[in-house]
Design a protein around this ligand. Structure first.
Ligand SMILES: Cc1cc2nc3c(=O)[nH]c(=O)nc-3n(C[C@H](O)[C@H](O)[C@H](O)COP(=O)(O)O)c2cc1C
Length: 377
């Protein structure tokens, strides 16, 4: 049992403990909280990005398939709405990647997140020569180490629960595999995070911070079409399904999205194309192209035009935790309050049994185990 005095003591201690747990991430990002708003093509434009940064998180502009002039315009527009740090997400296979990096340099962007495959050493160098910090994705410990060797300043590990293009391994397993062993650079955990208690768990495993996408789609400041937001609000975790490849000759990069008529049609199309190739009516390359092109422009149609039937409704499993439209500041405040209260409960428990509640020294060193544990254009 805790008394009121120990509750107050544990609240202050919980805040101090949280600040200590994510100090490395906050220092790296230059923010009040180590919560990154994961870049979401079409959704993460100036309004959402600046709102996240203004609320103490770290907004990231999604470049997606934008040409350099549009990206320059979006960065300038974001700078007009916030004086706080924010990043830019570039897709590694964008045909004008070098020019996009040059735009980031000209605009004085502080952090570039490279998604959609492993960046080359030359790409990392070009970004760093322009003065920005580089963040890369690492789906395994080995690839994370390679990215660090090539010069990445921080990593994002993203589990299969996430929305958009996904890997095969869950966030919890990736976190346990990578966080205890990769301590050279800050590592941010993404995929399936919708509450502050989960943030604490990953921080305690050694994460520097977290990256959250789905939870921000229905922010008041998000320009996503009202129909897009409505399906998010109604959906449950099981509606956010990974796309399925039905024939290894026709590879499909898995994308997690809410099931709709479009995703059903995608399965039918794969079957039709495969049958036509098998009958010799089209070549394998023609078939591959038809499958690849199916989703072209589909995310834009859903997010901007509100076509929720045939557009791509990219969403993570944490969509089940999205229950209403909320201002970004409220979402971040809720996450921080949940993180603090989970720490306070624990500290309160310690105080009640006579243990000290003061936080210990900040240590980015060895891991302390706690009790818990690319956009279609
Ligand atoms: C609609 C949508 C679009 C996305 N587009 C991108 C993108 O363009 N680039 C990228 O690196 N990640 C993209 N992502 C992934 C997010 O940045 C983030 O890592 C992911 O949403 C985290 O998992 P969560 O959705 O469970 O929070 C997208 C996610 C969603 C839901």
């Amino acid at each position: 049992m805790t008394d009121a005095r120990s509750d107050i003591r544990s609240d202050g201690a919980a805040r101090a403990r949280l600040d200590q747990l994510w100090a490395r991430g906050r220092d790296f990002l230059g923010t009040r909280t180590a919560i990154m708003g994961g870049a979401m093509s079409w959704v993460s434009e100036r309004h959402l990005v600046s709102a996240i940064s203004n609320a103490g998180g770290f907004g990231v502009v999604a470049c997606g398939s934008m040409p350099p002039e549009l990206l320059a315009n979006e960065i300038a527009g974001t700078k007009a709405l916030t004086a706080k740090p924010f990043g830019v997400n570039l897709i590694n296979m964008h045909p004008q990647l070098d020019q996009l990096i040059d735009v980031c340099r000209e605009q004085g962007v502080s952090h570039v997140v490279i998604a959609g495959g492993f960046p080359s050493g030359a790409t990392i160098k070009r970004i760093k020569d322009g003065g920005a910090k580089v963040m890369a994705f690492a789906p395994t410990l080995v690839s994370g180490r390679r990215m660090v060797k090539l010069g990445a300043d921080a990593l994002v590990i993203e589990g299969t629960e996430a929305g958009g293009h996904i890997g095969p391994v869950s966030t919890t397993v990736l976190a346990q595999e990578i966080l205890p062993d990769l301590r050279d650079v800050p590592v941010f955990v993404a995929g399936g995070i919708g509450r502050g208690e989960a943030i604490v768990a990953y921080l305690e495993l050694g994460a520097a911070g977290v990256q959250i996408g789905t939870r921000f789609v229905c922010a008041t400041e998000s320009i996503a079409h009202p129909r897009f937001k409505q399906v998010f609000i109604k959906a449950s975790a099981r509606d956010a399904q990974a796309s399925v490849q039905i024939d290894p000759r026709f590879p499909v990069i898995p994308v997690r999205a809410l099931a709709n008529a479009g995703s059903k049609r995608f399965m039918e199309l794969q079957r039709e194309v495969i049958a036509r190739v098998d009958r010799g009516e089209m070549s394998r390359d023609e078939g591959l192209l038809e499958i690849e092109h199916f989703w072209a422009g589909a995310l834009r149609r859903a997010v901007i035009d509100g076509d929720i039937e045939t557009g791509s409704l990219m969403a993570g499993q944490s969509v089940g935790l999205v229950t209403r439209e909320q201002p970004v500041a409220e979402i971040i405040d809720d996450l921080v309050a949940q993180a603090e209260s989970s720490l306070a409960r624990r500290i309160g428990g310690l105080a009640a049994v006579g243990q000290p509640v003061e936080p210990g020294p900040v240590e980015p060193g060895p891991v302390e185990l706690g009790p818990a544990v690319l956009g279609a254009a």
